[in-house]
Write a protein that binds this ligand. Sequence first.
Ligand code: ARG
Length: 573
Amino acid sequence: MATNLFKQEIAEALANTELFTKEQVLGLMTIPQDPQHGNFSVPCFSLAKTLRKAPKIIAEDLSKQISLPSSVSKCEAINGYLNYYIDPQILLQKILSAVAEQGEKFGHLPSQNKTVIIDYSSPNIGKELAFHHIRSTMIGHALSCIYQAAGYKVIRINHLGDWGTQFGKLIVMYLRAELPTDVESLAKLTVKELNLLYTQFSKAAQKKPEMEDEAREVFAKLEAGDEFYRSLWEAFKEATLKELRRIYKQLGVDFDYYTGESFFEDLIPPVIDELKAKNLLEVSQEREVVMLEDLDLPPCLIRKSDGSTLYATRDLAAAIYRQKEYAFDRCLYVVDQGQALHFKQVFAVLNKMGYAWSKNMVHIPFGLILHQNEDGKWEKGKTRTGSASLLRDVIAAAQEKILEQIQEKNPDLPDAEHVAMQIGVSALTFNDLKNRRLMDVKFDWDSALSFEGATGPYLQNAHVRLCSIQRRAGYQVELSQVDWFHLTDDYSMELVRIIDRKSTRISQAVEHDEPALLAQYALEIAEAAHRFVHHNRVLGSAEEKSRLFLVQCTQIVLKDVLTMLGVYPIEAM
Ligand code: ARG
């Protein structure tokens, strides 16, 4: 950030007075809200006691005596503050030449030598992705990109729910329905069919509760290694993964590892031994548990009476494995708020086991997606028709709605379907990321897909506008061709000041694990860019080259910020 450089220069010059140390100045310095009051401000109140003078007088005296770094055009004393004004041309040059040199990496932070694991999306096998799965998927994806830009080594893990009694249910229902079990038929299985089996099981089990026991027995056999059941389970998993990969591709999401819960099967016995050796395992109501009453938490269930393990047991094994394998400095679980207790328990058990690194594990919760019902009330999980919506249907509908708009406004656009998919997905994604993650998302088609307001299409439009100016210009401007004086108007200066905040916004988003901070930043850039091109004609103006240069720089910055958010920028629409 260019700002840091100027801060250092000012602090050094002020330290020459020997009234402050350089560190003190850096600690005191603020950035005035109103740019009219300069770029930096240093309060002199702390000197009043030693100098036995009013801060107002001290500031006035100092402003006359001190030497100014060459980047500062003036220093004014106002009410006890020293206000520094950076020479606008130097400011512009410092910031924009950094963008031109570093390109999309501008504003990224140097390597932190730290590894962060991000566990996100992590859906259950055999089920279709529901619309709400977009939350963990896109928040997790954005956090991965943001941590990467902040200099972390990022490991992205999809902790698939591919183990547990639900597989007993699926197998029981599959066999009861007398579906074919030969290799070829199994290879053709779809997740849609599996999803249906779940619903059928629930209905059938209401009439025949003994099916629940049957499912538990089947799962116990699967856990014990029954080959036939395993082949079915593998086919279920393959069918689900095929569809998952298709949707992840549409969303532009990727993982380093798909390490499902089943992966930890063999790692569980040693964890249970360790719990026993550390005197943490107790028997309660025939189940083995770790008591957490000292922390006001219910017991963490480790093993049921039939010997089968639980979700928490597998998360314990997974955490220990991740620490051993990747020596993470932080491990984030991007999972809905409903699982807060589960993670508290898992982290508490690890802490009781003596793993100090458990303090580096963080649950990243988020709110629900709400839909409006006929009475105008916002409700969870249901669309107007009453059925929970599937993510694939919502994506397809978004694409279709955008395509209609494109066909109306620009019927000759090449590759319109692909463009519509990208805008549609960016509308859904941005709608999900624009507000703080803990807030519920009120989903409404009209406001999510609008090209006005805080939306994905609005951001895409800003990027397209910047690209189209460059296309129409037909040439690229080099740094040496820029006349900085041509960019000293308010609209250009505002845009450049916003561009300079990129690294601060990245750090803040990491500090709070909050993509919304970067999402809001994307809007700030887009709004300032719109204002700039609205007020300053680029092509054909006397300032064409310099303004075009600012357009180039803004587009690079916006593109990178959007990409980090999983809003993949398009160039024409
Ligand atoms: N499969 C779980 C679910 O759908 C989420 C898993 C989250 N990750 C974890 N390590 N527990 O509810």
